[in-house]
Design a protein around this ligand. Structure first.
Ligand code: DGT
Ligand code: CA
Ligand code: CA
Ligand code: ZN
Length: 580
């Protein structure tokens, strides 16, 4: 049981207690407990096992005992009992857009609906529309949410799969028969979601390794098991494939199983034009054809070199120009996590965040950042406890005071994530915006406008000289909610013209603007800000997901403003409004 697993159980307890209408304080204790467990810097599970949790702030006795039980037995009887009071499908309902905990509670209590399938037929039978507070329109909206969720049920977000990847690689690498182990496929290529995970090992004893793989603790079902490959389902229904090859075959298999399919096709054609064949095991001479001699290949870069190419980072391998760039020695030098010097767009307890301003500042410094941009919600986002003008002015003041306590090497920027209203006007007037160091403008409501109107709405917002950057451009939630209709190239052009930055929202739920658009943005001269949109101390680390997507979008440190030093970035965020 990892700390992430334990945190997920606390989170589920909170959901179920909500359905039962239990004491909100108790519910909150589980929520914040989940947060503490997940973000704790040390090995909290080991401490729980040894009953050494008493020093941890915010973990009461009840939660400490439960964590101890989880750490020692892998189970929690309290949770098992609670869960048994509900149908198995109850958690599915929390993944449907347009339906909140209150609504779930109501349909469960009044209609006995406890799964997506039951909800679907209840809506189709007209039962949901008749419930108090629902109606035809809301019921139809929920049905759309179900359809989207079903269509994307086989997609997994990075925050779901990353811990699995790390655990599986650790197990494979610890196996005495394994000389090399890598994750391949869409995960290695940095895709925003993946369908399954593809692992590859080099070994002389494939049977032993396969045996170890199918008996990993997280395996819930073995789908297939052969002498050199196997497929299993792990906890959340996610499939993991394993291939075992000989050490000499490893570079070819690594390349093949990393893909993409389209990149592989281009590679194979290049090999053919040299009189060679390329597959997942080898590069070999075509029989009967006088090809050039094949150089020795020990690693992936050797393979690319043999084909006259520089080594493209896996994120670039979508056959969208990387082969041509690799041929000309023009591959981009992709941004790295350690290039980030600070982050914009983060929330605190003033709106819907879980950590205070001071806690966020401390965490940012611990991560080695030189600056932290705060951008709490504005007043129209009342569901997120958005700040009104008075509260925002008070926050600006607090930030200025806090900044006095830091040396010259760290600073908090006072900002706001200001709502773009339906007509493209902003939630605060210009006088107030001018008092801020920077402004993120985002759409949080009225998602159903026609494309032209939505595009105009966003453009009007970014034409405001105080708007430093555009937040989560499409509003999508990966595998859960589609983007609203918006013409992205037109918005990119407007951003270029007005000198507005575009956010790459690093939350694994968003990764928005999508990596497929960054090449265009870069061509037009639009700069990127990688924003964790952190709602907790832990959330700051979401920049790792943003970096993956930025790399996939061909971005270098020159393209991303939060690679700038504190002085440089201070100048940059003031530039747009000075110009006007
Ligand atoms: P996904 O759908 O997120 O799992 O995406 P991938 O890219 O991981 O796809 P997957 O797991 O089906 O296959 C892993 C890699 O194996 C893929 O990126 C390229 C390679 N591959 C699979 N099938 C083919 C094929 O039919 N032709 C070629 N050239 N390569 C293939
Ligand atoms: Ca895959
Ligand atoms: Ca696969
Ligand atoms: Zn937002």
């Amino acid at each position: 049981m990892t700390s992430a697993d334990a945190a997920a159980i606390f989170e589920k307890i909170a959901l179920l207690m909500e359905l039962k209408g239990e004491n909100p304080f108790k519910i909150r204790a589980y929520r914040s407990g989940a947060e503490i467990v997940e973000s704790y810097a040390g090995d909290i599970m080991k401490m729980a096992e040894a009953n050494e949790l008493s020093g941890i702030k915010g973990l009461g006795e009840a939660l400490r005992d439960k964590l101890h039980e989880l750490a020692t037995t892998g189970h929690l009887s309290f949770y098992e009992n609670l869960k048994s009071e509900f149908p198995d499908g109850i958690f599915e309902l929390f993944e449907i857009q347009g339906l909140g905990p209150k609504g779930i509670k109501q349909i469960y209590a009044e209609l006995g609906v406890g799964s997506t399938a039951e909800l679907k037929s209840a809506i189709e039978d007209g039962l949901v529309a008749k419930l108090a507070g629902f109606g035809e329109k809301k019921a139809a909206k929920i049905l759309e949410g179900i359809a989207f969720r079903e269509a994307h049920a086989s997609e997994f977000r990075l925050e779901q799969v990353m811990p699995v990847v790390e655990q599986v690689l650790e197990i494979l690498r610890a196996h005495p028969g394994v000389s090399r182990a890598e994750v391949c496929g869409s995960y290695r290529r940095g895709k925003e979601t993946v369908h399954d995970l593809d692992f590859l090992v080099a070994t002389k004893h494939p049977e032993n390794v396969i045996e170890g793989f199918v008996s990993m603790p997280m395996v819930i079902q073995v789908i297939a098991k052969g002498s050199t490959k196997a497929s299993v389902h792990v906890a959340q229904g996610l499939q993991c494939d394993l291939r075992a090859v000989a050490s000499s075959e490893f570079p070819f298999a690594l390349n093949y199983f990393t893909g993409s399919k389209e990149h592989n096709v281009a590679m194979r054609q290049r090999a053919l034009s040299r009189g060679w064949t390329l597959n997942e095991y080898a590069l070999s001479q075509i029989e009967g054809r006088e090809g050039t001699a094949i150089p020795e290949i020990e690693d992936e870069p050797d393979l690319y070199r043999a084909l006259g190419l520089d080594w493209p980072e896996p994120e670039l391998r979508e056959n969208t120009g990387e082969i041509e760039a690799a041929e000309k020695g023009q591959l981009p030098y992709l941004i790295k996590l350690e290039n980030l010097r600070g982050v914009f767009h983060n929330h605190t307890t003033a709106s819907d965040g879980k950590a205070t301003l001071a806690e966020m500042a401390e965490a940012a410094q611990e991560l080695g950042f030189q600056y932290l941009g705060i951008a709490d919600h504005s007043k129209s986002s009342f569901q997120a406890n958005g700040l009104d003008a008075t509260r925002l002015r008070r926050q600006i003041e607090t930030i200025r005071e806090l900044n006095q306590t830091f040396g010259s090497d760290f600073r908090i920027f006072a900002g706001s994530e200001v709502d773009i209203l339906k007509d493209g006007s902003l939630d605060f007037d210009d006088d107030l915006l001018a008092e801020l160091d920077y402004v993120v403008a985002s759409v949080h409501s009225v998602f159903n406008l026609p494309e032209a109107e939505m595009t105009q709405r966003i453009i009007r917002a970014i034409e405001n000289p105080h708007v430093t950057m555009l937040g989560h451009l499409t509003g999508r939630l990966l595998a859960q909610r589609p983007s609203y209709a918006v013409n992205i190239p037109t918005v990119i052009d407007a951003a270029a013209e007005t000198g507005t930055l575009i956010e790459l929202n690093a939350s694994p739920w968003r990764l928005d603007m999508d990596w497929r658009w960054w090449k265009l943005a870069k061509e037009r001269g639009v700069k990127c800000s990688i924003n964790p949109d952190a709602h907790s101390v832990h959330g700051l680390k979401d920049v790792v997901f943003g970096i993956r997507s930025a790399r996939k979008g061909w971005l270098t440190r020159e393209d991303v403003v939060n690679c700038l030093t504190l002085d440089e970035v201070t100048t940059l965020i003031a530039k747009k409004r000075l110009k006007s």
